[in-house]
Design a protein around this ligand. Structure first.
Ligand code: GLN
Length: 231
């Protein structure tokens, strides 16, 4: 029953650039798996969305402070975050990988000793790097978006970055001059999130819409549109 969301407009925060989940296309419209998914669910459940590409950390904070109703930004469902957020059913599996410049000889964590590593503020990649930096003796520098983080590595300022596997894979396919050198760590699926205890009707409508789109095959065609048929 979606009567509580029908006709309403919800403000949804997202990342600035996190392809294939959210990115601005040539016409400056936000597209990607998350964007198509939230719009298709809104359409099916009879509500409207106002997308705000704030950056990952800012989008998460906007939901916490009540300035946004929900966040969809390739956000990993973690126990830690469940203290502040209610998550939807998972919709995509992910994990954190280490990437280095294409011509780099570094291929494992133990080779990061004394080096500089780039991460994106507030992400699981940043959490992962911070949790192991003492052990492996590297220094962490933070960026607000993935593009600037990749650039810090491709230009050689940092020797590595930690990024979500599907996103790093996609960027490399699109020509980013990095390579993935580790297996995914901190494996966790993505979910849509609202502030804990708030916007429960929106969360339920998301889950119902997701289930319907999965059943109708629309969810698979959204994924296939960005990733090809076999993922
Ligand atoms: N999945 C990661 C997280 O939830 C990164 C999300 C992102 O960078 N948009 O922290």
């Amino acid at each position: 029953n979606n009567s509580k969301v029908k006709g309403k407009t919800f403000v949804i925060g997202t990342d600035v650039t996190f392809p294939p989940f959210e990115f601005a296309n040539k016409n400056n419209k936000y597209v990607g798996i998350d964007m198509d998914l939230i719009r298709a669910i809104a359409n099916e459940q009879g509500f409207k969305v106002k997308i705000k590409a704030l950056g990952f950390n800012a989008a998460v904070q906007a939901v916490e402070s009540g300035q946004a109703d929900g966040v969809i930004a390739g956000m990993s469902i973690t126990n830690e975050r469940k203290a502040q957020f209610d998550f939807s059913k998972p919709y995509f599996n992910s994990g954190v990988v280490m990437a280095v410049a294409k011509n780099s000889k570094i291929h494992k964590l133990s080779e990061l000793k004394g080096k500089r590593v780039a991460v994106k503020t507030g992400t699981s990649g940043a959490d992962y790097a911070n949790s192991i930096k003492k052990k492996y003796g590297f220094k962490v520098v933070t960026f607000d978006d993935s593009n600037n983080m990749y650039q810090d590595v491709s230009t050689g300022n940092s020797v590595a970055c930690f990024e979500d596997h599907p996103v790093m894979q996609y960027a490399i396919k699109q020509g980013t001059k990095l390579k993935i050198v580790t297996k995914p760590a901190l494996n966790a699926p993505y979910g849509f999130a609202v502030k804990k205890g708030h916007n429960q009707a929106l969360l339920q409508a998301f889950n119902q819409g997701l289930a319907d789109l999965k059943a109708s095959g629309t969810y698979d065609s959204i994924k296939a549109k960005y990733l090809g048929a076999d993922e």
